[in-house]
Design a protein around this ligand. Structure first.
Ligand code: E4P
Length: 215
């Protein structure tokens, strides 16, 4: 499973990149707004840090606007993936952009039928939001299982990008289910690499070693 970091914060991206485990980056308009920078400048800088797919989201809600914005974003760097919302205009834009060789990430997917339509329109990635489904007492990871099965049934090349990951359980279940990508906030990346027994074990190893080498 590929691991993307879900942020537009350069410090977080640099730190995660230094761990050697990051395959790509996802951003969204809320994350870019939080960075306090323009979409173009932040995407440009991210592309200099991570050599992998970098999702940049359009803010138009009509197909011609999405296509125009998508082309401008794609021109920033060959690694840019244009992110469009799962609405009729988004499907239309996906068809056009993917037909022009521009990879598209269809975002805000909350049902298996939406994921099937995104794949049919030619999306490179489909982003189901698991945390936001859990928030309304629906089964986010159940949706991932359904989409993975449907894509396998028909050999769709579209990759399931598990988004709105909030906990280590989301991450582990995504891998168990065979999702292609999980995009995680920096907080979840920190959580998944930690285990209390690792810390206790290391502390003991070092204490034993220093005790033995003191005299
Ligand atoms: C995905 O690409 C989105 O940016 C993100 O995962 C949304 O997560 P949230 O529901 O925690 O805002």
């Amino acid at each position: 499973m590929k691991i993307f970091i879900d942020t537009a914060n350069i410090t977080e991206i640099r730190e995660a990149q230094s761990w050697g485990i990051i395959d790509g980056v996802t951003t969204n308009p809320s994350l870019v707004a939080k960075s306090g920078r323009s979409l173009e400048s932040v995407i440009k800088e991210i592309c200099t840090i991570v050599d992998g797919p970098i999702s940049a989201e359009v803010v138009s809600v009509d197909a011609p606007g999405m296509v125009e914005e998508g082309e401008q974003l794609a021109a920033i760097h060959p690694n840019v993936v244009v992110k469009v919302p799962m609405i009729p205009a988004g499907l239309q834009a996906t068809k056009i952009l993917s037909g022009r060789g521009i990879p598209v990430n269809v975002t805000l997917i909350f049902s298996p039928a939406q994921a099937l339509l995104a794949a049919k329109a030619g999306a490179t990635y489909a982003s189901p939001f698991v945390g936001r489904l859990d928030d309304i007492a629906e089964d986010g990871m159940g949706l991932i299982a359904q989409i993975v099965r449907i894509y396998k049934n028909y050999d769709f090349p579209t990759q399931v990008l598990v988004a709105s990951v909030r906990t280590p359980i989301h991450f582990v279940r995504a891998a168990e289910l065979g999702a292609h990508v999980a995009t995680c906030p920096s907080s979840v990346l920190q959580q998944i690499m930690k285990h209390p027994l690792t810390d206790i074990g290391l502390e003991r190893f070092l204490a034993d070693y220093h005790k033995a080498t003191q005299h």
